[in-house]
Design a protein. Structure first.
Length: 403
């Protein structure tokens, strides 16, 4: 009988892309290697490798990547149980199924083999049908594990790429937010994005020497779609590019935005918006509110005497009903005037074990804060304490203006 080579493999036809059943036999006896090879010869879907030198077993396994390892327990130069441990310590064979081969049924040795990491135990030479059945059984489970791990790896890569792209998008959105200073008014704002890409945008700019526009919009939902709609609407407002629209008239601005972004053409998305114009010469504030939380205006002869005005909604959210007209409302400002414009992310705060924080509680809280100093940081600290987490479920957008 001609002894098989130390690393022999048979060629089989396999389905492209499928991992074949690959057997590595580690045994110092050439006659065992030849016997197993003959048992598997007719199995065209099984690739057979034989390693007669146990000191080369790990290197051989790393090269051929078996789906099951058959290993003798009694060999020269190395203890079989120790070799099982080596296979389990080796990265590429850590989870490869191992069937140990022994000359006889010994419960004590069998228990030790399983304790070292073996998956199965056979007395050599086993029956051909049994050997093939066990090879297929263990290989099938291992191949399924490899395919699952590969699917998870690809999913993690895709998620990482998506996370990086979303982070870039979030940075782009934040780059569009206005500078903290604007000539002729004192403005302070805080924007803290949630874990998801959101749909909050806000800004302010002088339309001419006497008219300062201030706005904040919040697109329904989260994700790329909401953010894209927010950016699109913001760009039109900031560039004063709304066609045939006097941007000093808030009602006309919202009417044009409503017709420009119908939800039927925005994948079902719409946005609430508060848009106001401060007239420096007349000292008035004209606004229109499309389904947005009411802006808060404290105005009076002084900060201590200022009264609260809720600049409520005068229409539905933009994009919901095409052809709808929005009205404008004008209020006069006293010597002291502070305006707060915000998104619902500053008051819809889930409290562990308690009801959600309400807008009424929010209004009471900010009204009790000093009216001449920025309130955003104190508010943010407070709602994080309420939420019992620094990570909020929605974007925190808070704009403060002193006229």
């Amino acid at each position: 009988m001609t002894a098989p080579r130390a690393e022999h493999s048979s060629t089989v036809d396999t389905i492209p892309g499928d991992r074949p059943v690959t057997v590595l036999l580690v045994d110092d006896q050439a006659i065992v290697g030849e016997s197993v090879r003959r048992m598997l010869t007719a199995e065209t879907d099984i690739v057979f490798h034989f390693c007669q030198d146990p000191t080369k077993a790990i290197d051989t396994a790393n090269a051929v990547q078996p789906t099951v390892i058959l290993q003798d327990l009694v060999m020269p130069d190395i203890d079989g149980l120790q070799l099982v441990k080596f296979f389990r310590a080796n990265k590429s064979t850590r989870q490869t199924p191992m069937i140990v081969l022994s000359s006889k049924e010994e419960p004590v040795i069998k228990a030790k083999a399983f304790a070292c990491g073996a998956n199965d135990y056979l007395v050599k030479l086993p029956d051909k049908l049994e050997l093939i059945a066990r090879i297929r059984y263990h290989s099938r489970g291992y191949i399924a594990l490899l395919e699952r791990n590969e699917a998870y790896r690809k999913l993690e890569e895709a998620q990482q790429i998506m996370a990086e792209e979303l982070a870039q998008a979030a940075r782009y959105v934040q780059s569009l937010l206005p500078a903290h200073q604007v000539e002729g008014a004192r403005i302070h704002w805080r924007f803290v994005p949630s874990t998801q890409l959101g749909g909050d945008m806000f800004g302010y700019h002088w339309l001419d020497k006497d008219h300062l526009a201030i706005y904040l919009l919040d697109v329904s939902g989260h994700g790329v779609g909401s953010s894209l709609l927010a950016v699109s609407a913001n760009n039109l407002i900031a560039s004063q590019s709304l066609p045939n629209t006097d941007c000093r008239d808030p009602g006309k601005v919202l009417t044009r935005l409503n017709d420009t972004f119908p939800m039927e053409k925005q994948n079902g998305k719409y946005f609430t918006i508060w848009y106001g114009v401060f007239n420096r010469a007349k000292r008035t504030l004209t606004y229109s509110n499309g389904g947005h939380p009411p802006a808060l205006l404290h105005t009076g002869r002084s900060a201590s005497e200022a009264t609260l005005h809720k600049l409520e909604s005068v229409g539905m959210a933009a994009g919901m009903i095409e052809g709808m007209d929005f009205d404008s409302v004008t209020v006069e400002l006293g010597p002291f005037a502070r305006l707060l414009v915000y998104s619902d992310g500053v008051y819809e705060i889930a409290q562990p074990g308690k009801p959600m924080w309400t807008i009424h509680e929010f209004v009471e809280y900010v009204s009790d804060l000093p009216r001449t100093e920025p309130a955003a940081d104190q508010l943010l600290t407070h709602i994080r304490q309420l939420h019992a987490s620094d990570v909020l479920a929605d974007d925190f957008s808070f704009l403060e203006v002193w006229f």
